[in-house]
Write a protein that binds this ligand. Structure first.
Ligand SMILES: [Zn+2]
Length: 94
């Protein structure tokens, strides 16, 4: 059965060394299939609010256990978030 999972990881904030929580969503078609449609859901420092996408020291990222996430509505929100991130990236490049 197709299920969506939320993956959370934690790493140190570049600004305040506080915990940044980064989320991504992925879909599994069934129990044994690989995850597909992986997309970032956002990242934010719990301490100062800095939105830091990605760890400066990837070797120190802590991955938390994925949790099942109700796909109703969340998939669309994910697409919105993806579009938003892409728009931001374009803005930064331009
Ligand atoms: Zn911070």
């Amino acid at each position: 059965m197709r299920k969506q999972y939320l993956h959370l990881s934690a790493y140190s904030c570049d600004k305040c060394q506080g915990p940044v929580i980064s989320g991504s969503l992925a879909v599994r078609e069934n129990e044994i299939s690989k995850e597909t449609e992986i997309r970032q859901a956002g990242a934010i420092c719990l301490s100062c609010g800095h939105r830091q996408n990605g760890a400066t020291k990837p070797e120190r990222v802590r991955h938390l256990s994925p949790v099942e996430w109700d796909p109703v509505g969340a998939i669309e929100a994910g697409h919105l978030a993806t579009a938003y991130v892409e728009a931001l990236n374009r803005a930064e490049l331009g």
